[in-house]
Design a protein around this ligand. Structure first.
Ligand SMILES: [Zn+2]
Length: 250
């Protein structure tokens, strides 16, 4: 699992390739069909344009729809995109210099695109919640943070951590904190990351998460998933032992 937080997960510019991964084959990249881009100015933007004396093109607010196609010849999946677009100055080349350019900010992808690959070792319920966070990522960072937090609940369920406890003869639901602490007895490294995600998710409930918070949560989640499900160190230790015992390739 690899998540590159330096990748552009904000916008696309017509004619400039991006490296967003196809959700179907998970190999190809999405190529925006420039002819498919349709834009319409919002009523609010039209009103501002009519009323403001010092109106400039950077104030333009539009909505767009566009189609992208996977560049893997064996896949060619079609992806539909909806979002907002604005104009801003962008460096073109040494002859043109800066020019006014359309920036397209996607809100929804159909089907949703993955921000990182989820290997087969990850349980389906956990995968489903992570994919839900991918779908929400573009439109609502706080809702995305909540979905990542839900994936932590799914991890605790998968690891058979009790959902309830008995207090004075009554069964009560355990908090996520308690469940993560119990998980931490066997998996301390993963538990610290999961607890940090819980705190990020909690802030999401108040609606104040930004893109960097989500990137932090994804990096922590990947670390925890690798510790809990992939366990590369253990697999490589076993592989070395096997090769040494055989005195040759495994
Ligand atoms: Zn594809």
């Amino acid at each position: 699992m690899n998540f590159d937080r330096d990748k552009n997960y904000k916008y696309f510019i017509s004619g400039i390739p991006n490296d967003w991964m196809c959700p179907t084959c998970e190999k190809g990249n999405l190529i925006i069909n420039e002819k498919s881009i349709e834009t319409k100015e919002t009523n609010q933007s039209k009103k501002q344009r009519d009323e403001e004396k010092d109106w400039s093109p950077e104030s333009l607010q539009e909505k767009f729809t566009a189609k992208a196609v996977c560049n893997n010849r064996n896949c060619k999946e079609n992806i539909f995109i909806i979002g907002d677009n604005t104009m801003d100055w962008e460096y073109i080349n040494e002859y043109v210099g800066d020019d006014l350019t359309d920036f397209y900010y996607p809100k929804y992808f159909n089907p949703p695109i993955n921000l990182f690959n989820i290997p087969y070792e990850i349980p389906c319920d956990v995968e489903e919640e992570i994919k839900n966070s991918f779908a929400l990522f573009w439109a609502d960072k706080s809702a995305c943070g909540n979905a990542i937090r839900k994936s932590v609940e799914c991890i605790c369920d998968d690891k058979r951590i009790n959902k309830t406890r008995t207090v004075r003869g009554k069964r009560k639901l355990r908090s996520l904190d308690e469940k993560i602490k119990e998980l931490g007895i066997k998996h301390p490294d993963a538990a610290d990351s999961l607890l940090a995600i819980k705190w990020i998710g909690n802030h999401g409930s108040h609606g104040d998460l930004d893109i960097e918070d989500i990137f932090d949560a994804y990096e922590l989640l990947i670390h925890a998933l690798e510790k809990l499900y992939i366990n590369k160190e253990k697999r490589l230790r076993q592989l070395s032992k096997k090769i040494i015992k055989k005195k040759g390739p495994a």
